[in-house]
Design a protein around this ligand. Structure first.
Ligand code: A3P
Length: 309
């Protein structure tokens, strides 16, 4: 009826099946067998969970608060994104949508990663079980999780932004929720993805965070990351960092590869930057279904998304 135009493939690695792009499915061994270095820093997440926010904080803390570089070099250039080999037009080869031309990029950083100089910063939306098995025992790994209902809303607008829906398809939020809850959207299912990381939260190389935690108190998260990375900064420096990563401030800077002049609509990369925004979009039926979805998927874990103050 309505459809997401990207080529998808179910991939199973161990007991859990995830839906991933064909551009990943063609390169599973290359990604799984990537080398990992002790001074690597990996930021791993389910999409739309606060990846970019966390990447910026982590990179700055690791790089002596080099705000100058952070301002001038896009986050997409400071981190290798290793998840698949795809060119914009390979994802939607059949699309006649001219606006896709504004979104040309190629992702194949898993190819260049082995030749990158250290220290390397790596971003991935793959579940931990799909990443190199030595990752956690070798490098520092971050994971950020976000309430799936907020992810759904953010991801829906993300699909519009990245032109993942067929140009002539009028996909409503409710349709997208149907796809999401039935594990038909790229990277789903979300909760097994999060739980894989949650199970590793006590590993000394793992820092597991919640988007809601950053919303509640970003300064405490900054302190936690500083001690995790063995860095010390003055209160004034940390305050400067807090301001730098403030939503309105980060929103000013375009993400490389996306149209520079984003309109003031919901279809932007830095959209709302809030928790609980799903309430605006979920009707009664969706709310009930989402409650059941959460209950069903959280019954085998003690993990709970923090409430936002
Ligand atoms: P919304 O669409 O709800 O606004 P990712 O980087 O994983 O794709 O996540 C994107 C989501 O994180 C978007 O959510 C975006 O606005 C939000 N985000 C990015 N930077 C943020 C910041 N500095 N503060 C709060 N939210 C931020």
């Amino acid at each position: 009826k309505y459809y997401t135009g990207y080529a998808r493939r179910f991939v199973r690695m161990g007991p859990q099946k995830y839906i991933l792009s064909a551009g990943y499915g063609d390169h599973v061994p290359e990604i799984y067998n990537l080398d990992v270095r002790p001074d690597d820093i990996w930021v791993t997440t389910f999409p739309r969970s606060g990846t970019t926010w966390l990447q910026e904080i982590v990179w700055l803390i690791a790089n002596n608060l080099d705000f100058e570089t952070a301002k001038n070099v896009s986050i997409t250039k400071r981190y290798a994104y290793i998840d698949y080999r795809a060119q914009r037009f390979e994802i939607r080869p059949e699309s006649k949508d001219p606006s896709l031309k504004a979104l040309t990029w190629t992702h194949d950083d898993f190819r260049t990663l082995p030749n990158m100089t250290s220290p390397r910063y790596v971003k991935s939306h793959l579940p931990l079980s799909f990443l190199p098995p030595k990752l956690l025992d070798t490098a520092k790994v971050f994971y950020i999780a976000r309430d799936p209902r907020d992810v759904v809303v953010s991801y829906y607008f993300g699909h519009k932004l990245f032109r993942y829906f067929d140009a002539d398809a009028a996909v409503e939020m409710k349709d997208f929720w149907d796809l999401f809850k039935n594990d038909l959207v790229m990277h789903t299912p979300i909760l097994p993805h999060v739980k894989e990381a949650w199970l590793q939260r006590d590993h000394p190389n793992m820092m597991f965070l919640f988007y809601e935690e950053l919303q509640n108190d970003v300064s405490s998260v900054i302190d936690k990351i500083c001690s995790f990375l063995g860095k010390e900064y003055t209160a004034a420096q940390k305050q400067q960092l807090t301001e730098h990563v403030n939503f309105n401030n980060m929103k000013k800077k375009p993400i490389a590869g996306l149209p520079k002049k984003e309109e003031e609509t919901e279809i932007t990369f830095f959209r709302k930057g809030k928790s609980g925004n799903w309430r605006q979009y979920f009707d009664e039926e969706m709310t009930k279904e989402a409650e059941e979805y959460m209950e069903r998927n959280l019954k085998d874990t003690d993990m709970r998304f923090p409430s936002v103050i």
